[in-house]
Design a protein. Structure first.
Length: 64
């Protein structure tokens, strides 16, 4: 239930004291983000790309 007049008018995140409000989730409309697992998940099948190696002029077949 939203009791805070600022939360009713514009929402908790637009309140000037949002960062320091101790009761934003109690009397306001703020909902903390859901926590995910501690280890970030990597997409399956995607390998880390290695940087391209530069080749010398000789290796490319060019003459000086």
């Amino acid at each position: 239930m939203v009791i805070c007049p600022v939360a009713l008018a514009v929402g908790c995140k637009k309140c000037p004291i949002f960062k320091v409000c101790p009761v934003k989730s109690v009397i306001g409309d703020y909902k903390p983000p859901e926590e995910t697992s501690a280890a970030p998940k990597r997409a399956a099948g995607k390998a880390k790309a290695s940087p391209a190696k530069s080749r010398s002029a000789k290796a490319r077949g060019r003459r000086k």
